[in-house]
Design a protein around this ligand. Structure first.
Ligand code: PEP
Ligand code: MN
Length: 337
């Protein structure tokens, strides 16, 4: 933290600030300029910068150390690679996850998974606990749904990813799910994140609709600080003033995260655009930008989907997309898995 004092700050005020930060276990490094004094606070625990801003003579406090450490590139130089069912996310790998928005029936999952598995997809998605904006919308099949997706995934040798909404669902998710997904609306459900720090399965954390990349990294830090280092970050679009697309897919999150963190970052072009015809172009762009994976909604019959049909690809469309991605990935030194 850098503390910039007012031009006319007195020696007493400066000393008072120094005493305060020392009382919080920081070392104080004072730099007295011609006009202003700047105090560098190093070490110590995270404190609220406003507590310092309120002290007499302080002009401004600039935070330079972030609220995340374990997730940071400074802490770990090499890329973290998360591996599930032979699919790797991170490093030179771009892993694919596909499946419907939500689990509707055994037949729907079976038909979709069969087609995906024929294409070589090894991780199946499908929500059983759905965070719907309206309480009247289909809320998901719950444990029944998880039983269906697990049965189908086992049949085709696939792994399962599915969303968890609250702490009480951890035991049931651990029973059927290989990668637990924290949805955008729960990105700052800190109690849930903390608990997921104690499980031994990977966690996907989706960026909140109105959250910064730093906040996403701090969400990952919650999980990691509990001991679970298998975290995958997911950019799924943020809310902006644009209304044509459902969300605005922030692909700059890819290079930004890669610089700040060693964690893999995957892209969800389905929720990121909300429109089927925008999914392939944005997936190609994401791979070209070096993403570590994609999670794509694919449905055997999108027109009759109970949820997010308009943004779900037909299996044949996903097949064509996958073949495009296999051509693009090597250009950026990656391989599609
Ligand atoms: C989902 O992936 O099914 C989902 C609900 O996504 P998000 O949390 O990004 O809205
Ligand atoms: Mn969806």
């Amino acid at each position: 933290m850098l503390i910039i004092m007012n031009a006319n700050a007195t020696d007493n005020q400066i000393q008072n600030v120094v005493n305060f930060i020392k009382s919080k276990n920081f070392d104080a490094h004072i730099s007295k300029g011609e006009i202003q004094t700047v105090i560098g606070a190093v070490g110590g625990k995270i404190i609220d910068p406003r507590d310092i801003e309120l002290l007499d003579g302080v002009k401004e406090v600039i935070r330079i150390s972030s609220g995340y450490k374990l997730a940071s590139r400074q802490f770990k130089q090499e890329d973290t690679i998360v591996e599930v069912n032979g699919v790797k996310f991170g490093g030179d790998n771009t892993g694919l996850i596909a499946g419907p928005c939500t689990i509707e029936s055994y037949e729907q999952m079976d038909e979709t998974a069969k087609k995906l598995s024929d294409m070589g997809i090894k991780i199946l998605r499908g929500g059983a606990f759905k965070p719907r904006t309206s309480p009247y919308a289909f809320q998901g099949l719950g444990e029944e749904g998880l039983k269906i997706i697990k049965k189908v995934a086992d049949k085709y040798g696939m792994a399962v990813t599915s969303e968890i909404m609250e702490i009480s669902q951890i035991p049931v998710c651990l029973k059927y799910v290989d990668i637990l997904q924290v949805g955008a609306r729960n990105m700052q459900n800190f109690n849930l994140l903390r608990e997921l720090g104690h499980i031994n399965k990977p966690v996907i954390i989706k960026r909140g609709l109105a959250n910064t990349i730093e906040e996403l990294l701090m969400a990952a830090e919650y999980v990691m600080s509990g001991g679970n280092r298998n975290v995958i970050l997911c950019e799924r679009g943020i809310r902006t003033f644009e209304r044509i697309t459902r969300n605005t897919l922030d692909l700059s999150a890819i290079p930004v995260v890669k610089k700040l963190s060693h964690l893999p970052i995957i892209i969800d072009p389905s929720h990121g655009t909300g429109l089927r015809d925008k999914v392939a172009p944005m997936s190609r762009a994401a791979v070209a930008a070096g993403c570590d994976g994609l999670i794509v909604e694919v449905h055997n019959e999108p027109e009759s989907a109970l949820c997010d049909g308009a943004q779900s690809l037909y299996p044949e469309q996903f097949k064509a997309l996958k073949s495009d991605l296999e051509k693009i990935a090597p250009i950026v030194g990656k391989k599609i898995l």
